[in-house]
Design a protein around this ligand. Sequence first.
Ligand code: SME
Length: 334
Amino acid sequence: MTDYGFLCRQLCSLSENVTEQITILSNTAALLSDALPDLNWAGFYILCGNELTLGPFVGKPACVKITLGKGVCGTAAERNETIVVPDVHAFPGHIACDSASNSEIVLPIHVGGKLFGVLDIDSPLYDRFTSHDKEGLESFVGNMEKILSLTHASHGTHTSSDIVLDAIRERRSIRRFKSDMPRREDIEKIIEAGLYAASGKGLQATVTIAVTNKEFRDMLAADNASFWSVETPDPFFCAPVILIVLGNKKRPTYLYDGSLVIGNMMLAAHALGLGSIWIHRAKQEFETPKYKRFLEERGILGEWEGVGHCCVGYIDGEPPTAANRRKNRVFWVD
Ligand code: SME
């Protein structure tokens, strides 16, 4: 019987300090193919838009795209449950990639609360996958999910325009964050995305104050709440990183410039698997002597207006999905 506890430990040690998803998936496919007897195919299909796309695998070349709901993989993804198929020839709609396959197991994988793809394993034996394999592989996938949530997508199958457009469509405001601090390099990437935002005359008349210090963050939260008529235990929804954007009032476009900085940062956070939300009342904060002094002490001189807070952190729970876009918001002049 396969020792899945041992396999999970091997997975962890193989993935240590690895930040690229494609690397982890490739090694995981090799690990499973090597460790489990009587397999002819082990690998991944990754959710890209509305279909599954072939990911790293060990075995014969396989079908490249699978529509959700189709085949064993698409069915497991759509139903969001493990499917064990003792005889693939008896599974309606089974997609035969290797004629040697006679049984199959497919497990959905989630990252950041969303379907990421599936692990698909095929065997030339009938009834190869027992309840021991099902339970063992489910716990193995649980480990994979934790590892993958700390990594970056490689987007191997996406064109760069797909990635940007998907991020724009998928990003939503997050109202429940975990207290864990995101990685410094991710926070820096988010800030950098803000620095590259378009600005009036290209003058980049904004500054960003990145708060990761818990004491300061909590003080800011309390001050922010004092300007809000709504009673709240934390106006930043427990997000551990607060990126305050201020605009230079000398520039007529400072509010537009600052807004675009926050927009870019929210998209960058989403692209890195983090959640974000724009929280207002930075204006009121930075009208107080306390925060004016804070700016002066950092050499940020002149007239600055707080545009907003981009609050960032790991999403706690299921991320929301986008509401349908309201009608009659686009008017063409052809
Ligand atoms: N049999 C799968 C297709 C993938 S191959 O087995 C690698 C299915 O029916 O979804």
